[in-house]
Design a binder for this molecule. Structure first.
Ligand code: ADP
Ligand code: ADP
Ligand code: ZN
Length: 224
């Protein structure tokens, strides 16, 4: 448990908020690789289920393709089950959950996050980021054709897997997802602000800068 010595803390339960393309997955992966904090990405869970054509996958496939949100009941049940595993007893990063007030209220009944980190990025940058996003088919690593190109075009630096374009990263679907974000997820900022655990971070600089800001704010926050 490297991160415990690094941060000198017992527990770090974090929620990542922010629009699609804000960099939640990128920063969560960095924290997971560097500090050993388990990352739980509901988007990854759904995409894996779709790929493997499981019962869950068949249920959510058309919802993801349309850029809509998976029903609360289903999403909550999945996260609740995942949070019962022993690896996340002390620390986790929830990347992409909660996305509605109902999900946040449900989460409060089975886990207590230390902080909700909100990555702030304007809508015009989102479109650039998402239309250039590429994902590794094998390990899920995140690339961008301009800001984080792989060494060999189309192939993952980490595992050699093939890179693909998410079918919900097309411009029309991105606009639908952004609308869903503003209507259903943005109210979470005020929800966690009222609870006194909101931490806002400018998500527009390069990933290393965003990551360093995140780490130093978290350190200060947890010392309080
Ligand atoms: P992004 O990181 O680009 O915002 P995600 O990978 O987090 O996208 O999510 C992809 C899709 O999975 C969402 O558009 C939505 O359909 C579904 N999804 C992920 N998390 C949730 C959630 N907490 N509630 C409902 N649907 C979700
Ligand atoms: P989210 O999980 O919030 O949807 P991602 O982490 O998948 O966002 O990032 C979306 C896209 O933007 C990816 O192509 C990623 O490589 C790129 N990206 C992420 N963070 C940054 C950043 N700070 N600067 C430039 N590009 C970024
Ligand atoms: Zn890979």
């Amino acid at each position: 448990m490297v991160y415990k010595y690094f941060m000198n803390i017992q527990s770090m339960k974090l929620i990542f908020l922010g629009p699609p393309g804000a960099g939640k997955g990128t920063i969560a992966r960095m924290a997971s690789e560097r500090l050993g904090i388990p990352q739980i990405s509901t988007g990854d869970i759904f995409r894996t289920a779709v790929k493997e054509k499981t019962e869950l996958g068949l249920k959510v496939q058309s919802i993801l393709a349309a850029g809509a949100l998976v029903p609360d009941e289903l999403t909550i049940a999945i996260v609740k089950e995942r949070l019962s595993w022993p690896d996340v007893r002390q620390s986790y990063i929830l990347d992409g959950f909660p996305r509605t007030i109902a999900q946040a209220e449900a989460l409060a009944t089975f886990s207590k996050p230390d902080s909700a980190v909100d990555f702030e990025v304007d809508d015009d940058l989102i479109l650039f980021r998402l239309t250039g996003r590429r994902i590794c088919k094998s390990c899920g690593a995140i690339y961008h054709i301009v800001t984080k190109p792989p060494v060999t075009e189309g192939l993952c630096d980490l595992c050699g897997g093939e890179l693909y374009i998410r079918n919900d990263d097309r411009e029309e679907t991105v606009k639908i997802r952004l609308k869903a974000y503003h209507e259903e997820s943005e109210p979470l900022i005020e929800y966690y602000s009222r609870q006194g655990i909101l931490m806002a971070i400018d998500g527009s600089p390069d990933p290393e800068t965003v990551y360093n800001t995140f780490i130093s704010k978290i350190r200060r926050y947890l010392k309080k």
